[in-house]
Write a protein that binds this ligand. Structure first.
Ligand SMILES: NC(=O)c1ccc[n+]([C@@H]2O[C@H](COP(=O)([O-])OP(=O)(O)OC[C@H]3O[C@@H](n4cnc5c(N)ncnc54)[C@H](OP(=O)(O)O)[C@@H]3O)[C@@H](O)[C@H]2O)c1
Length: 347
C-alpha cells in the first residue's frame, strides 16, 4: 500500500526552449492560450492570423502580439513563426494543420485533432513525412496532477485496472457554435473527448462500444443535432468504462478510476488543475492537494511539452502520442456510429 503520493515530475514551463508561436483562429480558447503562455512561460507569440484583418488587429493589440495577418495563408508565410497553434472549430483543424505542415511549420492543434480518426491519422502522417511536430493540445494530459496519476498507474498501485467512470456536461445556450451542425456540434467532440480520452489512456485498447444519444434542437433554424450521450466501452485488457456528456445541463464533471487494490476519485472538473484522492483497500486515503485552476493557468503545459519535444528532434509528444489521439477519435467514431451521428463532409 502507498503511504505518500509521488510529486509531479512536470518540468518548470519557463525552462522550455523558446519557440515563436503563430495563432490561427483568434477565438475563445486562443485568448486563454496566449494569456497562459505570457503568464507562465518564456514562449513568444509573434503573430496571429484571422479570416478578418480587423479581428487579427484587435486580437494582436489586446494580447500584445507584434504581427497580425489577414488570412491564414499570410500567417503561414510569416518567417517569424515556428509553430502554429490551431484554434479554429473542429472541422477546420484538418485543413489548417495540413496547410501549416506543408508550409514547414510545427503544429499544436486544439482538441479534438480532427472530426474523426482518419483526419488525425493524416495529420500525424503528414507531420512525420515533413519532419515537423504535430500534437493535440489535450491540456489535461500535460497537467502536473496527471503526472502524479500517471506514476500511480505505472507503479501498479491500483492493481489490475477495472473501471473508469467519467462525465463532462456543460449547459450552452443555442447561439454557441456547439449547436451548429456545420461545425460538428453536439457534446462529443468538445466535451466527451475528455472522458473518452481518459478511458482510453487508463484502460487501453477499446473492444466493444454501446451508446445512446438524445437529440437537441438548435435555436437558429430548428435543426436537430445530438444533445447528450451515454456510452459504455469494453476494453481489450478486460476493463470497462462508462462516459456521459451533455450540452443540455451543467454536471459535476467528475471521474473515478478503479482497480483491484485502490481507486482514484477526481472531483470536477476532473480535466482541469485541482486535487484528487487515492483510496486504498486498507482504508487509507491519500489526497493530492492542488489549487483548482482554469485554462489560463493550465494550457501552457502542453505548449511547453511541444517546445521540449521539438528541441529533442521528435515529431510527436511522448506524453500524449499520436496513437492515443487516434485511438480516442476512433472510439468517438464508433460511439457516433452507434447513435447515427454523421458530420458534414463525412457522407
Ligand atoms: N482546451 C480547451 O479547454 C478548449 C476549450 C474551448 C475550445 N477548445 C477547442 O478550440 C477550438 C475552438 O474553440 P473556441 O471555443 O475557441 O471557438 P471560437 O471562439 O468560435 O473560435 C474559433 C475561431 O476560429 C476561426 N474560424 C475559422 N473558421 C471558422 C468557421 N468556419 N466558423 C467559425 N469560426 C471559424 C474564427 O476566427 P477568425 O474568423 O477570426 O479567423 C474563430 O474566432 C475547438 O476545436 C474546441 O474544441 C478547447
Amino acid at each position: 500500500m502507498l503511504r505518500h503520493l509521488p510529486s509531479p515530475r512536470t518540468p518548470e514551463p519557463t525552462s522550455a526552449p523558446v519557440l515563436r508561436w503563430g495563432i490561427m483562429g483568434p477565438g475563445w480558447i486562443a485568448q486563454r492560450f496566449v494569456g497562459g503562455l505570457h503568464k507562465h512561460t518564456r514562449q513568444r507569440v509573434t503573430a496571429v492570423g484571422s479570416r478578418s484583418a480587423g479581428r487579427a488587429d484587435e486580437f494582436a493589440r489586446r494580447m500584445n502580439i507584434p504581427s497580425s495577418h489577414e488570412g491564414y495563408d499570410a500567417l503561414l508565410a510569416d518567417p517569424d513563426v515556428d509553430i502554429v497553434y490551431i484554434s479554429t472549430p473542429h472541422p477546420q483543424h484538418h485543413g489548417c494543420a495540413l496547410a501549416a505542415i506543408a508550409a514547414g511549420k510545427h503544429v499544436l492543434v486544439e482538441k479534438p485533432m480532427g472530426i474523426n480518426a482518419i483526419q488525425a491519422q493524416e495529420i500525424f502522417a503528414a507531420a512525420r513525412t515533413a519532419g515537423v511536430f504535430a500534437g493535440e493540445a489535450m491540456w489535461t494530459r500535460f497537467l502536473p496532477k496527471f503526472d502524479v496519476i500517471r506514476q500511480i498507474l505505472d507503479d501498479g498501485v491500483l492493481g489490475t485496472r477495472r473501471t473508469v467512470v467519467a462525465d463532462h456536461g456543460e449547459y450552452f445556450t443555442t447561439d454557441h457554435r456547439i449547436y451548429d451542425p456545420a461545425l460538428a456540434g453536439g457534446p462529443l467532440l468538445d466535451l466527451g473527448t475528455y472522458p473518452v480520452a481518459l478511458a482510453q489512456w487508463v484502460l487501453g485498447e477499446i473492444g466493444q462500444v454501446a451508446a445512446f444519444g438524445r437529440p437537441a434542437t438548435t435555436g437558429v433554424d430548428g435543426v436537430e443535432l445530438n444533445g447528450q450521450i451515454a456510452a459504455t466501452m469494453g476494453h481489450a485488457g478486460g476493463g470497462q468504462s462508462l462516459i456521459t456528456t451533455t450540452i443540455l445541463a451543467d454536471t459535476p464533471t467528475t471521474a473515478f478510476v478503479a482497480g483491484e487494490n485502490a481507486y482514484l476519485s477526481v472531483p470536477g472538473p476532473f480535466y482541469q488543475p485541482g486535487p484528487f484522492t487515492l483510496v486504498q483497500r486498507d482504508g487509507e486515503h491519500l489526497t493530492h492537494e492542488e489549487e483548482p485552476a482554469q485554462h489560463e493557468d493550465g494550457l501552457h503545459f502542453s505548449a511547453a511539452d511541444a517546445a521540449r519535444t521539438i528541441a529533442d528532434g521528435a515529431t510527436e509528444s511522448r506524453i500524449h502520442p499520436g496513437a492515443d489521439v487516434i485511438a480516442t477519435l476512433d472510439a468517438m467514431d464508433r460511439i457516433r456510429a452507434e447513435i447515427g451521428i454523421v458530420f458534414p463532409g463525412e457522407r
